[in-house]
Write a protein that binds this ligand. Structure first.
Ligand SMILES: [Zn+2]
Length: 361
């Protein structure tokens, strides 16, 4: 595995180097197919490269092509050099059972991950399909990881306080450890294991939550993250000050938004065509009962208290109920709202008020 990682890293870095030398005046940069052809040539001339798996080396080029495409699309940064011992990995395809051999049962340091790519079948919803289908709105919270319009609050497990303290202790020790020492390698492996546990818990939660939502509801409405980034940044805008500013700032925020992105992505795979992304503007400042938009309605971080109709609700649940209204949310309450603060939207559907019974226990 270490050998595969090394070859994949070498080929990837060659591709990075080639890209950095490329000049637009010389025509288009070499494509994956061109690079593949060059790889075959290089393998002929370098026996040590030919000794490695061609599939692994080709897949590294394919990964690089994907990374460049993401860069040009604007969603990711430019692919950069891979360093030895840092997020090492490789991809292999078309593996036959005979290709897998147990070489050594004693692990060296750290944590290894093997992912099998398989696309699961979509999960059927409650399946009424007659217009009486159940709709749920999901809002990401900070204190709670996700709030549902049914009133349910879902918590994504992270590291326990004891584990967090241990991580901090290990990181301090790592900062003092000499570069290249055995102690440093050991500490890195220990830190890696603690962090991996956190990631595993989050992924497990995402899988269970997305399956449960896909099974229990016909239509799942979530906030649109791309719009959300603009309107609900940590600091917020002048028109809509951000909520939970402190919690949303920094690393914590990026971890939470990463988990949220994963949850939405898995939902879309498990419930294709049944996930709707909603512009989240004003969802946290508007009363779901009467439609009044009021920045001061937040009595505390967790409680939304409407000063127009007296409604009290969990702030994240109130936002989730607004999201459950779907696109009509934007047209009836946000843009076309008249002077009457208590006017209700004419075609407001109350499905989200009646929580459907979960199919499974
Ligand atoms: Zn109200």
């Amino acid at each position: 595995m270490e050998g595969h990682c090394g070859h994949a890293r070498y080929v990837w870095n060659l591709a990075v180097e080639q890209q950095s030398w490329w000049n637009p005046r010389c025509g288009p940069a070499p494509s994956y197919h061109e690079q593949s052809r060059q790889l075959t040539e290089a393998r002929r001339e370098n026996p040590w490269l030919a000794a490695g798996s061609q599939t692994v080396q080709q897949q590294a080029l394919r990964d690089f092509a994907t990374a460049m495409a993401s860069f040009f699309r604007g969603s990711h940064r430019r692919p950069s050099w891979r360093k030895r011992g840092r997020s090492a990995g490789f991809r292999i395809v078309a593996v036959k059972p005979t290709d897998v051999r147990v070489l050594n049962l004693r692990w060296s340091a750290g944590h290894r991950q093997v992912a099998f790519a398989a696309v699961p079948d979509p999960i059927p919803g409650t399946g009424t399909g007659t217009g009486t289908g159940t709709i749920v709105g999901v809002d990401r919270g900070v204190a709670v990881s996700a709030a549902l319009s049914t009133g349910a609050l879902l918590h994504c497990p992270g590291l326990r306080p004891g584990e967090q303290a241990r991580l901090l202790r290990l990181q301090r020790r790592l900062a003092r450890a000499k570069r290249g020492s055995n102690r440093r390698t050991r500490l890195k492996a220990q830190i890696g294991r603690v962090k991996a546990r956190e990631v595993d818990r989050r992924k497990d939660w995402v899988e269970k939550t997305s399956t449960s939502l896909a099974r229990r509801y016909d239509l799942i409405r979530v906030e649109d993250l791309r719009i959300g980034h603009m309107t609900r940044s940590a600091r917020g805008t002048l028109a809509e000050p951000g909520r939970n500013m402190r919690q949303k700032a920094g690393l914590n925020r990026s971890i939470l938004s990463h988990g949220w992105g994963l949850l939405v992505a898995r939902l879309e795979q498990k419930a294709p065509g049944r996930v709707e992304k909603i512009n989240p503007a004003w969802t946290s400042q508007t009363c779901n009962t009467c439609g009044t938009r009021d920045r001061q309605a937040r009595e505390s971080q967790a409680v939304f208290g409407c000063r127009a109709c007296g409604q009290q609700a969990n702030a994240d649940v109130n936002a989730a109920r607004n999201i459950a209204l779907g696109h009509q949310w934007a047209t009836t309450w946000v843009t076309a709202r008249g002077g009457d603060a208590n006017r209700r939207p004419a075609n407001r559907e109350p499905q989200h008020c009646t929580p459907p019974l979960p199919v499974d226990g």
